[in-house]
Ligand binder design. Structure first.
Ligand SMILES: Nc1nc2c(ncn2[C@@H]2O[C@H](COP(=O)(O)OP(=O)(O)OP(=O)(O)O)[C@@H](O)[C@H]2O)c(=O)[nH]1
Ligand SMILES: [Mg+2]
Length: 305
């Protein structure tokens, strides 16, 4: 008898679950990754003041009651520099537009430019596209914000508009609620406690890359790679040893800094983020090595596809 009730309950649950893909697209630096982190309530995608921070597509998963949202964070669509890497990054944006249930087209309040225009041109007609006006906190005058929003709304037949601030976490719960209607009936594709489709190694590499972006000057090249040489999990701590690869001798000094102070800062900040992510102690040791010419490597570029 109990068994029968159990069985009926689980069948009911499967029938009642909703699950779908939500792509987050937009030009560089509008706050896509910050938005995804706030939607799922955990920092898994790296962010920084510099454009082109996100270089790898990453799924962020949020499950609440019978709804599973699978957010797809994408690199900012590049229009300024066309090189091999950017062509691949753009391709990953184009792929993220196809085969999803709904797209969040993110723009920055008060700042519409040619980059946004190019992304707009990618949007297929009559799709489920929602305009997200992020960084609402930057516009003090409500009338100006409304005027800007109206102006952008007139450019496409958007299904809805969310005006919010990812960084200050305003409008996030409203957005999550409204998005429910775009999630089709479907079994959950991920475990309900899972936060991302990416491995711990990947998340560690990304967090280290974020700190390099944040603590080094503008002179730093984008083609840096991070290798994880050891990743050991015990009950007490995660022990991680990694190497930062740069492709020129003088970049090595920049990353290490005077008396090693930059590298120390990068390691410390990365460790704190990792401890917050895993809610556990982390031991992190980082080395810097020069490996020339890998930026043009077919293998290096392949990972962005
Ligand atoms: N004032 C304000 N700043 C924000 C907000 N959301 C994001 N930012 C800032 O905007 C900058 C870019 O944020 P990201 O989330 O890295 O932007 P992105 O669109 O993912 O950038 P790429 O990955 O380079 O395309 C960071 O400095 C964020 O802190 C917001 O709501 N208000
Ligand atoms: Mg990003």
């Amino acid at each position: 008898m109990n068994n029968q009730i159990l069985q009926e309950n689980s069948i009911e649950n499967i029938n009642n679950t909703h699950c779908g893909f939500i792509s987050i697209i937009g030009r560089p630096n509008v706050g896509k990754s910050t938005l995804m982190n706030h939607l799922i309530g955990q920092k898994i995608s790296i962010t920084s003041r510099k454009p082109q921070t996100t270089q790898y597509k990453i799924n962020g998963i949020y499950t609440k009651d019978n709804y599973q949202y699978i957010f797809v964070d994408t690199p900012g669509f590049q229009t300024l520099y066309i090189n091999k890497l950017n062509i691949l990054l753009n391709q990953s944006v184009i792929n993220a537009i196809a085969n999803v249930n709904v797209i969040l087209f993110v723009v920055e309040a008060g700042l519409w430019n040619e980059g946004d225009e190019k992304v707009l041109a990618l949007l297929p007609a009559n799709s489920n596209i929602i305009l997200v006006v992020n960084k609402e906190d930057k516009i003090k005058n409500k009338r100006d914000l409304k005027d800007f929003t109206n102006r952008i709304q007139a450019k496409y037949n958007f299904k809805d508009t969310y005006v919010l601030s990812a960084k200050h976490h305003t409008g996030i719960d409203v957005a999550l609620n409204k998005l429910k209607s775009f999630l089709p009936k479907s079994p959950f594709l991920y475990d309900k406690d899972q936060l991302t489709d990416r491995s711990n190694t990947f998340l560690t590499q990304e967090i280290i890359r974020e700190k390099i972006f944040r603590y080094l000057g503008e002179e730093l090249p984008y083609n840096i790679a991070i290798e994880i040489n050891e990743y050991k999990v015990t009950d007490e701590l995660n022990r991680i040893i990694g190497t930062i690869l740069v492709d020129r001798e003088n970049y090595k000094g920049i990353v290490i800094g005077k008396k090693g102070e930059k590298l120390k800062k990068i390691s410390l900040e990365a460790r704190l983020d990792l401890e917050a992510l895993y809610d556990k102690k982390v031991f992190l040791q980082l080395w810097v090595k020069v490996k020339s010419g890998f930026g043009d490597d077919a293998k290096f570029l392949q990972q962005f596809e």
